[in-house]
Write a protein that binds this ligand. Sequence first.
Ligand SMILES: NC(=O)c1ccc[n+]([C@@H]2O[C@H](COP(=O)([O-])OP(=O)(O)OC[C@H]3O[C@@H](n4cnc5c(N)ncnc54)[C@H](O)[C@@H]3O)[C@@H](O)[C@H]2O)c1
Length: 259
Amino acid sequence: MTRTIVVTGAASGMGRATVEELTAAGHRVIGVDLRDVEVIADLSTPAGRSAMADSVARLAPDGIDGVVAAAGVTVPLPPSKIIAVNYFGAVATFELLRPLLLRSATPCAVAVISTAALMDYDDALVEACLSGDEAAAQAMADTHGATEATGYASSKQALARWLRRAAVSKEWGGSGLLLNGVGPGSVLTPMTEDFLSTPEGRAMLAKATPIALPGRAYGEASELAEIIAFLATLRGRYLLGQIIFVDGGTELFFRPDLI
Ligand SMILES: NC(=O)c1ccc[n+]([C@@H]2O[C@H](COP(=O)([O-])OP(=O)(O)OC[C@H]3O[C@@H](n4cnc5c(N)ncnc54)[C@H](O)[C@@H]3O)[C@@H](O)[C@H]2O)c1
């Protein structure tokens, strides 16, 4: 069955690889990004987010079957910008597109999180994000003593917690909307290619994100796209609130006894 699926961050990296995976399987994709896609919108601002939702509603007036929130940024942008895109942009994407998803018989939403969610996050900043007060969270992000890396980890930890809470709410799981996520480990994309191109960067990464698989230092965008597309096209209706780590085992090194 052909589905209509919105993918944010569709111009690059894992978002673009997901578009390729979904279109190859015959689905219609509405890409959202800052450039080179159907819907040009800046998800770091409330105005950009609502313009995105208006454009998607115009392009798919009968509704959509899936949403993938892959748009994201990292260092060296300031923590306030990182949480604006990675947390508030992603949550707004899900919430603003939820009415269109409700018109599908088999709706699926997928958040792109990160193994960074398990690292050095700032609990106060995570709670500030989850409280929904974006101005306060952004102010805290830049003044709380959070490093840029802490800002990224916090944005992803907050998104993971939001997903687990929302999934079992009346609005999502309770309305038949499947909300799940992927947790990529290190993946070679334009976001990471500078870092991964130096021996020092690769060595630092090997230490920060250990991988159990032989001969692997990072994942390929296509390896993530396969799992993201799977989660965006579920026919079975029983998978809810799960984050699948696609990381060569990194998550297991961080928390081996979590089941
Ligand atoms: N690459 C990795 O190692 C890695 C690991 C874990 C998680 N992630 C996450 O995966 C997702 C995809 O990252 P990627 O590695 O493919 O990066 P990428 O830089 O290749 O792609 C990210 C896309 O998001 C878009 N984007 C950024 N800010 C935006 C905004 N304000 N509005 C709209 N679009 C915006 C960019 O233009 C870009 O096309 C991100 O959420 C990232 O945090 C990446």
